[in-house]
Design a protein around this ligand. Structure first.
Ligand SMILES: NC(=O)c1ccc[n+]([C@@H]2O[C@H](COP(=O)([O-])OP(=O)(O)OC[C@H]3O[C@@H](n4cnc5c(N)ncnc54)[C@H](O)[C@@H]3O)[C@@H](O)[C@H]2O)c1
Ligand SMILES: [Zn+2]
Length: 297
């Protein structure tokens, strides 16, 4: 059966078409770009480093940066998939992402809050100066010659991390300005999302009222960071549509829950909105393509 032939999918497309949208995305949206999620079937059981552990001492940071040096060189090679392209074309009132991979930015999404920051940015915990991860990556490479080549076979984890236990001897640079600790500018477990980002998302969700819909794509909603927007929408009577393979913590609050691929669904939504006179696709813009599928006539 095709995606659109499923009655629940057709009902969700009807509900979403022609209404103001806020979209919340998670790691499941980037699995089609080859970046693993945390909690999908077959995802490795692992706990990412907490903020408290990161600042606990030089050894923890050595462990973090040695692994991340390998992991980021892989994550940065990923490209947006059809789901990212469809969301850029749909141009919702606000796109909230829990992802740190920068793929919504790369796809050209305009109204975007990267709730947990971007792995491509680095912040100094001493002077708060931010810098680019690409520049730090070069410094890490010159300070640790041959590291990537020697560990080419280790497996990738989500979040730009890899499976690597032996990280002794890895040289970690400090801030060139103040000698402070450098940290990726992403929200670690144990840290809070900056209040101004949360406030912007709540404002957009509340503005949906009865007219709009909150659409969640590819998130288990395990962390409160994303779940709170679903709770807020539901408490205001705004319909919530969740598109996720597997259970989510928001399921009891959803008006409609679909266990289908999120890229495929978003491409269909994009087609539907453009057919109904929405502004999802510019006149000469091609419909985003699901890999392996021909563009529709
Ligand atoms: N790409 C990234 O930037 C990335 C990757 C992993 C983790 N993280 C971080 O970790 C946290 C993880 O929470 P989360 O809720 O975003 O992710 P999660 O891993 O908890 O949940 C992802 C969900 O998506 C589903 N899924 C996977 N591929 C799918 C597909 N193609 N179609 C439909 N569903 C699919 C999985 O079954 C799972 O339920 C986030 O806060 C994020 O900051 C980021
Ligand atoms: Zn500094």
């Amino acid at each position: 059966m095709t995606l659109t032939a499923a009655p629940a999918v057709a009902a969700a497309l009807d509900l979403l078409s022609g209404r103001p949208l806020v979209v919340l995305t998670g790691a499941g949206l980037s699995t089609d770009s080859g970046i693993p999620d945390y909690r999908g079937p077959g995802a490795p059981r692992r706990l990412p480093m907490t903020y408290q552990e990161f600042v606990s001492g030089a050894e923890a940071r050595q462990r973090y940066w040695a692994r991340s040096h390998l992991g980021w060189s892989r994550m940065r090679a990923a490209s947006p998939n059809a789901g990212h392209d469809a969301l850029a074309a749909l141009d919702p009132t606000l796109l909230i992402t829990q992802n740190v991979d920068g793929l919504h930015e790369a796809a050209g999404s305009r109204s975007l809050v990267a709730l947990h920051g971007r792995i491509a940015d680095v912040v100094c915990l001493g002077c708060r100066r931010t810098s680019s991860r690409a520049a730090l990556q070069e410094l890490l490479a010159t300070s640790n010659p041959g590291w990537i080549e020697r560990h080419a076979s280790v497996a990738s984890n989500p979040d730009g991390d890899v499976e690597l236990e032996e990280t002794d001897g890895f040289v970690v640079p400090d801030c060139a300005e103040c000698g402070g600790m450098l940290k990726p500018d992403v929200v670690f477990f144990g840290e809070n999302v900056p209040a101004h980002r949360v406030a912007r998302c709540y404002d957009a969700v509340e503005a949906l009222g009865d007219d709009g819909v909150l659409l969640v794509a590819g998130s288990s909603l395990t962390v409160m960071s994303g779940l709170r927007f679903v709770k807020r929408a539901a408490s205001r009577g705004t319909p919530v549509v969740i598109v996720n393979r597997g259970e989510t913590r928001g399921d009891p609050l959803a008006t409609c829950k679909l266990e289908v691929g999120c890229s495929e669904f978003l491409v269909e939504l994009c087609r539907r909105v453009s057919r109904f006179g929405g502004n999802a696709l510019a006149p000469n813009q091609e419909t985003p393509r699901i890999s392996g599928e021909s563009p529709s006539p």
